[in-house]
Design a protein around this ligand. Structure first.
Ligand code: NAI
Length: 344
């Protein structure tokens, strides 16, 4: 099985080399992202392996099919970069549904604590022997209300950590998890109540038509003044312009962003020394109360090993058995109800 591996980074190779060596899988690593201009690199391969910012749209799918590619193996959980409707009946799409929910939830907490306790400021100050505490006042998490949108694997780990801090949890999910609501410290509420009562809001839902810009001008109006927003899920859950306005008007107290709507051309690459053309991102980064990390929440040793192992297992299962429990159903987009193998 020869697989063209797009958007390869140095940290991908050790774990993928280790697991592929144990099976009959050969990865050819391409640093470029998959898109309409690069798709021909997949010529002669059996499948492609892609990440969050590769483009698997109709044109790319058509060309992959012409090249005889049977499978797109995502090495991530989210699949909003794949045109699933178009993929149905044409190409199989596999994913890694879970690799370390702890990695992402812990990163969200790391960003939250960094932000509200001004650790990013303190780090720079003390390196300059500036030991002043002016402007460093934070607030306790204990007793605060956190709104969690999306109570799947990552959302639930995040909730557990928040409970450890003594926070009250308001949760919202289109498909609430059974047994999570305890009627007291963790309660499912309608979205408007979550917006109105949360001191901190953390996004852990996928990007879908329903959740696109779930944080926008309208929802920010409903939020508490000074709300802290965490997004470690997908950039387009947040309307970045509305967020910027919310920060300027002081409605938003702080924002911690591991993802950004227009990240695909920027994140994972080194643009230091370049002029950033994205004014919205540049303005957000310039704010003292905004922390941006470049889609690094997943990046732990444990997660990388799990991603490689599951991706290789998916590919081997697909080619050897024509069966993969981690196939995304391209017909209905479901990853929970139709996980019975090949979806067409
Ligand atoms: P999951 O599938 O276990 O949970 C997602 C939850 O969102 C489910 O409970 C689902 O019912 C809920 N949901 C679906 N539609 C919704 C809607 N319209 N409104 C509210 N909730 C809705 O997924 P998991 O593993 O918890 O991942 C969550 C998201 O985290 C992924 O979709 C992905 O976008 C993001 N992610 C980010 C990473 C990073 O490095 N920053 C790494 C891994 C995932």
């Amino acid at each position: 099985m020869k697989i063209a591996f797009f958007d390869a980074k140095p940290y991908d190779k050790p774990s993928f080399d280790q697991f592929s060596a144990e099976h009959d899988v050969i990865f050819k690593y391409f640093e470029t992202k998959l898109n309409e201009d690069t798709v021909d690199l997949a010529s002669g391969f059996d499948g492609v392996c892609v990440f969050v910012n590769d483009t698997v749209n109709a044109a790319v799918i058509d060309r992959l099919c012409e090249l005889g590619i049977q499978v797109v193996a995502l090495r991530c959980a989210g699949f909003n970069n794949v045109d699933l409707q178009y993929a149905f009946g044409r190409i199989h799409v596999l994913r890694v549904p879970a690799y370390s929910p702890y990695a992402v939830a812990e990163h969200a907490i790391a960003m939250l604590l960094t932000s509200i306790r001004r650790i990013h400021k303190a780090f720079i100050r003390t390196r300059d022997y500036n030991f002043s505490l002016a402007g460093m006042t934070g607030f306790d998490l204990h007793g605060k209300t956190v709104g969690v949108i999306g109570t799947g694997r990552i959302g639930r780990v995040f909730i557990n950590i928040c409970r450890g801090f003594g926070m009250k949890v308001l949760a919202y999910d289109k498909y609430p998890a059974e047994g999570l609501d305890n009627g007291d410290t963790i309660r499912y509420v309608p979205l408007d109540i979550l917006f109105a009562e949360s001191d901190i809001i953390s996004l852990h839902c996928p990007l879908t038509e329903d959740t696109y810009h779930i944080i926008d001008e309208e929802s920010l109006i409903k939020c508490k003044r000074g709300v802290v927003l965490l997004n470690t899920s997908r950039g387009a859950l947040v309307d970045a312009e509305a967020l910027l306005s919310g920060i300027k008007s002081r409605k938003v107290g702080a924002a911690c962003l591991d993802v950004y709507e227009e990240e695909s051309e920027l994140f994972f690459e080194d643009f230091s020394g370049h002029i950033l053309n994205d004014d919205t991102l540049a303005r957000l980064i310039s704010m003292p109360n905004v922390i941006v990390t470049s889609h690094q929440a997943f990046l732990t040793e444990e997660a990388l090993a799990n991603i490689a192992e599951t991706t290789v297992t998916n590919i081997v299962g697909f080619f050897r058995n024509r069966q993969c429990p981690n196939e995304v159903c391209c017909k209905c987009g479901s990853t929970t109800d139709c996980m019975n193998g090949i979806c067409f």
